[in-house]
Design a protein. Structure first.
Length: 310
């Protein structure tokens, strides 16, 4: 029943009418709020943000029509049902001019009221479904633009954004940023010989392994086919960086079975640091890349810090 998903605010000065309707509706709605005059009804609307409002017309302090007008000024789409013993045309016309969602006369016909409420609930449910679909579409588009679909980690675009943010934070708080540039060794040969399925399997395995040895706040990104970059903030201890680099080398040294073949993979890693090596985002990436190639020259499956002498 759609009504079960929504909250109702009933504004009515007659306590007997309040309790009767509460007994009928309380178990069929998500939450049943009660107010006994228009001013309290308006205040409770602003506090609780009910999905549907039932309001009597003739009430002290603020009548139901005036309360409805004020609510409409706050939220023009708020569903409102007017309930009243008045059934004259002028009263009905006033209610319709406020663009209320229905008009129920007293004594209340529960079946008619239930029909009106369920009609509103179905509209609200459809609206929610549409909004959820739009939100999913937006999330999907965001993920496509910012994340690598194979490994589910940030792509080059998001990496550039996060690196810029990291450098700005480092400047603000006088800390540092370390960049690891990670490149798989001979990955093209693996793809060419065993196929892209085997290559994809290796990429996902290595990413999962690296995630296990880095901190949650460290940002691992895929910036190319077999190239990854890691952003590490606020670590001044060079021994920690050296230990982490070796852990990543070890985590990337894997063997997998693919179609009765054992495939072996490893990586080489280059390191640059802000502000020690450069204050430029572009240079930091370039310097880490240079250091990575020095590691490959040294025999692969190793790491190297950037040096201006490279």
């Amino acid at each position: 029943m759609p009504l079960k998903n929504f909250t109702i605010l009933y504004v009515e000065d007659n306590t007997d009418a309040q309790e009767q309707l509460k007994l009928i509706l309380e178990d069929d709605v998500k939450e049943f709020y009660q107010a006994y005059n228009g001013e309290d009804g308006l205040a409770l609307f602003q506090e609780k943000k009910p999905d549907i409002i039932l309001a009597d017309i003739n009430m002290p302090l603020l009548d139901g029509l005036e309360m409805s007008k004020r609510i409409r000024r706050i939220d023009s789409e708020q569903p409102i049902l007017i309930i009243s013993s008045f059934d004259d045309k002028n009263t009905l016309l006033k209610a319709l001019n406020i663009i209320v969602d229905g008009f129920v006369t007293k004594p209340i016909d529960i079946e008619k009221l239930g029909y009106q409420l369920n009609k509103i609930a179905k509209k609200l449910q459809n609206k929610m479904s549409t909004q959820n679909t739009k939100e999913k579409e937006i999330n999907n588009l965001y993920n496509l633009a910012h994340y690598d679909m194979l490994t589910k980690i940030p792509n080059r675009f998001l990496f550039d954004i996060r690196l810029k943010q990291a450098i700005n934070n480092a400047l603000k708080h006088e800390t540092n940023v370390v960049i690891f540039f990670i490149d798989l060794d001979d990955f093209k040969d693996i793809n060419d010989y065993y196929g892209h399925q085997a290559g994809d399997k290796i990429l996902k395995s290595i990413v999962n392994n690296i995630k296990k040895v880095i901190r949650k706040e460290d940002i691992l990104s895929r910036i190319g086919g077999d190239e990854f970059a890691l952003i590490i903030e606020g670590v001044f201890n060079k021994n920690y960086i050296t230990t982490l680099a070796q852990k990543i080398i070890n985590a990337s040294s894997i063997s997998i079975k693919h179609r009765n073949n054992m495939i072996y993979a490893s990586c080489s890693l280059g390191i640059s640091m802000f502000p020690e090596d450069s204050s430029s985002k572009k240079e930091l990436i370039h310097f880490a890349d240079i250091a990575m190639y020095e590691a490959k020259k040294a025999g692969k499956k190793s790491f190297s810090f950037y040096s201006s002498n490279n």
